[in-house]
Design a protein around this ligand. Structure first.
Ligand code: PLP
Length: 640
């Protein structure tokens, strides 16, 4: 990989780091080389310099790593999907309405859900829950009588009773039947309680989504009813005198659908089921097309797993026109349309800011390479190879010789023929040769593969103060790509390459897939860490799933958060509206059944004993006791 250092510019930086590709219109590289955020699309004057946000976090004394949430982006995305549906529905002369819901599993943070509900209120935008805990949350939060509350996921009796409570409170709560037995339970309980349910049926679709979640549809799908089950369910409700409660047809063919064709296909299939049910006398009101609206994580606008080959407008048009076409052919009224987009609503609004706290590289330490008296021939050879290395040599041959001699030197060392110091010098020379080869190969036409790998071998690993398992779980679990970008300094050409490692004790705790110039590379071009300067990296598009799926690996726990609102009248165009403290050591130990206050007492007793025995002076003993307690109350991540 080469970076054009001569012609480096802000445009080049944007291309290399792909910021406007994945930024969704919210992020760009500013003229000063810092990431800028246009959080509020209704106000083009608002431009927040990310470095200013970082400076304020530092001034407030908030420790890194920090999750930064831009509430305006969340609002803008909610408005965006609702306005786009309204526009397309108007243009198409579609008779149904749009009644979208936000599935809270994508990010259940109360502040996030409340912001979405608030921004969506004018559109009667609703919520979706997939478990009992989520249902309890949405019952409390979705108070709009017009908006839908959609309940997916497997259900027990309590779950269904809670749904019926929602009906009693006057809400449009739809119980989506994932499994036939749930229907029998629902009918029984609603009759017992005398509460009329609203019922949805989830269809197990044959239309398959491409991408990482394609198992969500097809014969082996975990959720949904087969066609015979759908017909049986409708007839059963009819026999129970409850035909009118069957109001919604649901499908969800997977998250992050990269290809628009799978969406069209599924809409068409669902439209056929909907119209046929209508003809059988079941006048459903809603078709719910589920989630799946994707995000362009790699900025390639393609059908790669981490990208999407369609825009929001195209997606909406395919849903609206796809449904209209089938209904019109059959002469059936247009249903209201529901989407359960989660990823597309929340991904952009949050990112993780982490500080680089160290650098690990193969040639980090060097010895002098002066000749030793009676030195081993391998050392002499290696020195000569370095001294006479010019670009007109066969570089592959140089690479082979150096690599072979290094291996031989290690063998010779084990046989007590080469000394430790000789081996140190040989390794130093080896890496010096590799560095030179790396700089030479950029000038030749055909580069052998082994030499290209030098970018990776010689790249630094930047040790960053965060945990992959907490903040970027999908990069580890399913090779999800997330953009990683320096928050400042992009006006200068990168002069080295790096990959990222986290502070967990796990070798899997690393990021080594990066989108560089729309390609996937195992190293990221980057400026060398300037001595004595703080160096912050942003991990972007973490608002969907990543924020809430993190685990407790190494007991790091949740991050400190700052919630940002844009404000045009402010000199910096923003203010920190809220700071949410991350996990303290006490918090995470508690989860694992420790008793931190008892531990503090135990340690105090041990210290007191040493004080009594004279090994620790009393004043020092008090300091140690306080220190232990402070650390218990403190943040779990590195203090820098
Ligand atoms: C996960 C899920 C969603 C959300 O999907 P996104 O791709 O994030 O929009 C919607 N509906 C159901 C049933 C889900 O399981």
């Amino acid at each position: 990989m080469t970076v054009n250092k001569q012609a480096w510019s802000i445009e080049e930086a944007d291309r290399v780091y792909g910021v406007s590709g994945w930024g969704g219109g919210y992020f760009k590289v500013g003229n000063n080389g810092n990431i800028h955020i246009a959080a509020d699309p209704t106000n083009p004057n608002v431009s927040i310099d990310f470095q200013a946000v970082v400076n304020e976090i530092v001034e407030e004394g908030i420790q890194f790593p920090v999750v930064v949430r831009f509430h305006d982006i969340l609002r803008a995305q909610v408005i965006n999907i609702n306005e786009t549906f309204a526009k397309v529905i108007g243009e198409a002369g579609y008779q149904g309405q749009y009644r979208g819901v936000y599935p809270i599993k994508v990010n259940q943070m109360r502040e996030v859900v409340e912001e979405i509900v608030d921004a969506g209120a004018p559109y009667h935008y609703g919520l979706e829950a997939g478990s009992k805990s989520e249902l309890l949350a949405v019952l409390a939060l979705n108070t709009n009588a017009e908006s839908l509350t959609i309940l997916n996921g497997y259900k027990d009796e309590e779950f269904i009773r809670l749904a019926l409570l929602g009906r009693k409170l006057g809400r449009k709560v739809v119980v989506v039947i994932e499994k036939y037995s749930e229907l029998l339970l629902l009918v029984k309980l609603s009759k017992e309680l005398g509460i009329e349910p609203i019922i949805g049926l989830r269809s197990k679709m044959t239309a398959k989504g491409k991408g990482k979640w394609q198992g969500s549809s097809g014969d082996r799908a975990k959720f949904g009813l087969t066609i015979p089950e759908i017909i049986n369910a409708a007839r059963y409700l009819e026999a129970e005198g409850m035909s009118n409660t069957l109001q919604l047809l649901h499908f969800h063919i997977g998250s992050q659908l990269p290809d628009i064709r799978s969406i069209k296909n599924a809409v068409n299939e669902s439209a056929r089921i909907y119209t046929e049910l209508h003809k059988m006398g079941f006048e459903l009101k809603y078709v719910d097309v589920g989630g799946g609206l994707g995000i362009d994580y790699d900025g390639s606008k393609s059908s790669n797993d981490s990208s999407v080959n369609y825009s929001l407008h195209e997606y909406v048009a395919d849903v609206v026109y796809g449904m209209k076409e089938v209904c019109d052919l059959e002469g059936i009224p247009h249903p209201s349309l529901v989407t359960e987009s989660g990823r597309a609503i929340t991904a952009h609004h949050s990112c993780v800011v982490t500080e680089v706290v160290g650098e690990i590289k193969a040639d980090g330490a060097q010895l002098d390479t002066e000749a030793l008296d009676g030195e081993h021939i391998l050392l002499k050879n290696m020195r000569e190879l370095r001294d006479y290395l010019t670009p007109d040599l066969n570089l592959q041959e140089v690479f082979n010789d150096a690599s072979q001699w290094k291996e031989q030197a290690v063998e010779a060392f084990k046989l007590r023929v080469v000394s430790l110091e000789e081996l140190g010098k040989i390794e130093t020379l080896y890496w010096q040769i590799m560095r030179r080869l790396q700089s030479m190969y950029t000038q030749i036409d055909f580069v052998p593969e082994e030499l290209q790998d030098l970018d990776f071998t010689l790249s630094s690993q930047y040790l960053c103060n965060f945990s992959v398992f907490q903040s970027a779980a999908d990069t580890w679990a399913i090779d999800q790509l997330l953009p990683v970008v320096p928050l400042s300094g992009m006006h200068e050409a990168p002069d080295s390459f790096c990959s990222i490692v986290d502070i967990t004790c796990d070798s899997d705790g690393k990021l080594d897939q990066f989108v560089v110039d729309r390609n996937i590379e195992n190293v990221l071009p980057i400026r060398k860490i300037p001595a004595g300067e703080k160096y912050y990296l942003g991990l972007f598009l973490t608002g969907a799933y990543q924020d809430v799926m993190g685990d407790m690996h190494n007991l790091f726990g949740r991050l400190n958060e700052v919630h940002i609102f844009s404000y045009d009248d402010d000199p910096k165009d923003f203010y920190i509206e809220e700071v949410v403290k991350g996990s303290s050591v006490e918090n995470v130990l508690n989860v694992m059944q420790y008793h931190p206050s008892a531990m503090a007492l135990d340690v105090k007793r041990m210290i007191d004993k040493e004080v009594a025995g004279g090994t620790i002076p009393p004043r020092e003993g008090v300091r140690w006791t306080d220190f232990y307690e402070q650390c218990l109350a403190g943040y779990t991540y590195l203090k820098t």
